[in-house]
Design a protein around this ligand. Structure first.
Ligand code: AVI
Length: 304
């Protein structure tokens, strides 16, 4: 799958690579470093919103809810919710990395001995069967923090929300959504002074070298991220700094000087734009929490 998607993406007239491939061990580590940067406001802002409003959030989710986390990673943010929820019926972390899933399940079961943890090792955008907890479920609630929804183009984002709506019929979705703001704040967040985001972006080429027998020279590509206001998204690219030919196994890919590989989009929404997107997928905005500067939002949407 990785090889096919990489070759297909690089043989297109507009070269692109799927951003989901950033997250191998080193990529996940670099992303954690990004989350700690002064310039990268989303992580700490979302955490602050959650901390400030956790009792209200927990009471909206209600007692005996089955919490289903899409792309649970290390489940660190989830602990805040698990601490506050009233007798949760269970926790279903969905994570593609088996090692990460096993690690987080082990530490969660230790920290929450009463909680039934029902892990699913899968790509959360695909199909999976939801396990049945032994406790009575009053409401299924999907949890999708981090504004990862911003990394989906609009149509796939709506498709994914529709999938959540099917899984959690009669329940809801708790989601982190990054908001539109001053372009300069956005620009800094994706062009940090230490160059960690550049390293994260370039690591995709390193991963292709390691896993697909390729010979990308990282010094021959440059990190380029900007806000595209017409499309309401940050676009992240790797720009070829020279005319060059790269090999992926037997396949040759040529790059002209200045040609780019589009590696990620990160869409930013107004509250009403997101409410409209969600409504199209059958979700109704119930409550929105933001920070004082309105940089980020945590939203609870209900599903009929
Ligand atoms: C995971 N995702 C929400 C991040 C974002 O802000 O779009 C990924 C990222 N890319 C560069 N910096 C962070």
């Amino acid at each position: 799958m990785f090889r096919e998607e990489v070759l297909q993406g690089l043989q297109d007239s507009r070269k692109e690579l799927p951003s989901k491939y950033f997250y191998d061990d080193k990529g996940s580590y670099l992303f954690e470093q990004i989350c700690e940067l002064d310039e990268y406001y989303p992580t700490r802002t979302e955490l602050g919103i959650m901390q400030a409003n956790i009792s209200e959030i927990a009471s909206l989710l209600g007692p005996q809810c089955l919490l289903i986390e899409y792309g649970s990673g290390s489940s660190t943010k989830t602990r805040l919710l698990l601490d506050a929820l009233q007798s949760p019926a269970g926790y279903v972390p969905i994570e593609i990395s088996k090692e990460q899933l096993l690690r987080s399940v082990a530490s969660l079961t230790q920290a929450y001995p009463q909680l039934e943890v029902l892990p699913i090792c899968a790509d959360y955008t695909g199909d999976f069967a939801l396990p049945n907890p032994s406790k009575l479920v009053f409401r299924r609630v999907a949890y999708f923090p981090g504004s990862t929804i911003g990394n989906f183009d609009r149509e796939p984002a709506q498709h994914f929300l529709r999938q959540i709506a099917r899984t959690c019929r009669g329940g809801g979705l708790l989601i982190g959504v990054d908001l539109k703001k001053d372009f300069n704040i956005l620009h800094r967040a994706y062009n940090d002074a230490q160059g960690v985001t550049a390293q994260f972006n370039l690591h995709l080429l390193e991963r292709i070298n390691q896993e697909l027998d390729a010979d990308f020279q990282l010094a021959h590509f440059g990190h380029y991220a900007f806000y595209n206001p017409g499309q309401s998204r940050i676009e992240m690219h790797l720009v070829s700094l020279t005319n060059q030919v790269v090999h992926i196994g037997e396949v040759e890919i040529s790059f002209k000087l200045g040609e780019s590989i589009w590696t990620e989009s990160s869409y930013k929404y107004t509250l009403s734009e997101f409410a409209q997107l969600a409504a199209g997928a059958g979700l109704t905005m119930q409550h929105v929490w933001t920070d004082p500067q309105q940089l980020f939002s945590v939203q609870y949407l209900s599903i009929a």
